[in-house]
Design a protein around this ligand. Structure first.
Ligand code: SF4
Length: 334
């Protein structure tokens, strides 16, 4: 954790992503807003289908038809990512914002040496570097992710899962992005390797002075790794705040149920499920999307959608602000 952490690295406003099907629009992400602070690690958690991965893919502008970004802004320095042309966004990827995708270890080209794959990413963005200069750069990147520089000569099938994940990380950070999005980056690895790869990711983050969005559903991993946590439900961000406070005293009833369903925050804890099913995103219920499952619902919950509002504020630091989308904190009664 480095840098001025009250400066905003990425500001996301009212992001909406819908998938257009014959049966209607699936509202995968509906009005998501948050600030990612410089140097911080922000976690995004939620059940499968909650919109966390779609949010990540939208910020990378990698939503494919029938999906479409309907509206929103994503300001990263001087760049408003959602209004860049396709070519401008291609240039921005890796250089300003980068994704370590789910299953990155399986996305490496099996018939190409590791060093050549890293060099390809650099050459797609920069004119010129080649020969000895490029070899030195690839070596430095492999060292950065704690791999022997000789790994450059190897093919993916010669590497362990953890090593492949590190190569994926080297490719993602090759152009020193300010924002790194890591989507379940270690879910296919065993716990010991997972911890080592995460430690490397965060050391690299520190060296680049980058900010990280960590997408996942392992609350135990989040508790150990992130500074702030955002909880998503039915395409919406329903709670956002410093991770320890959020886990110790959740504001939103959904977060409360999630936390109480965990065996222990000290151990790996994935969602074991809470009573009821998430709503259809094709035809979500009126009012708060959580109301059919909410044990604390009040009258207004079935008719009014709660916005994400500040519940605990501090003028000096956005880091300790706590926000929730729940009428228990807005005082609505009908
Ligand atoms: Fe429960 Fe109402 Fe809060 Fe939704 S708004 S989480 S239904 S109390």
């Amino acid at each position: 954790m480095t840098g001025n952490r009250s400066r905003v690295a990425l500001s996301v406003e009212d992001l909406r992503v819908h998938y257009h099907t014959e049966r209607g629009a699936i509202r995968a992400v509906e009005g998501v807003s948050f600030d990612l602070l410089a140097g911080e690690r922000l976690g995004l958690v939620g059940e499968s289908g909650s919109g966390k991965t779609t949010t990540a893919m939208a910020l990378m502008r990698l939503i494919r038809p029938p999906g479409r970004i309907e509206s929103g802004r994503a300001q990263l320095g001087d760049l408003e990512l959602l209004s860049l042309s396709d070519e401008q966004m291609r240039q921005a990827r890796f250089a300003h914002i980068s994704l370590i995708p789910q299953g990155v270890m399986n996305s490496l080209n099996p018939v190409m040496r590791v060093g050549a794959q890293i060099a390809d990413t650099i050459q797609a963005h920069e004119q010129g570097p080649g020969g000895e200069k490029m070899r030195a750069r690839v070596s430095d990147l492999l060292s950065l992710v704690e791999l022997d520089p000789d790994t450059a000569q190897m093919y993916p099938h010669e590497l362990s899962g953890g090593m492949k994940q590190r190569v994926g990380m080297a490719i993602s950070v090759a152009l020193r992005p300010q924002v790194i999005i890591a989507d379940e980056p270690t879910s296919a690895l065993d716990v010991v390797v997972q911890k080592r790869v995460m430690d490397t990711l965060f050391r690299v983050q520190g060296e680049l002075d980058a900010a990280v969005i960590l997408v996942g559903h392992d609350m135990g991993l989040m508790a150990q790794c992130v500074d702030r946590l955002g909880v998503m439900y039915a395409g919406r961000l329903v709670e956002l705040g410093p991770v320890q406070q959020l886990l110790e005293q959740p504001l939103h009833p959904y977060t409360r149920l999630l936390v109480s369903s965990l065996p222990s925050l000290d151990r790996r804890g994935e969602f074991r499920g809470i009573p009821g099913l998430p709503p259809s995103l094709l035809d979500p219920p009126a009012g708060c999307p959580f109301h059919p499952r909410c044990p604390e619902a009040i009258d207004g919950c079935t008719t009014k959608i709660p916005g994400l509002t500040t519940v605990v504020a501090d003028d000096d630091s956005a880091r300790i602000e706590r926000r929730a989308a729940c009428h228990l904190h807005t005082g609505v009664t009908s």
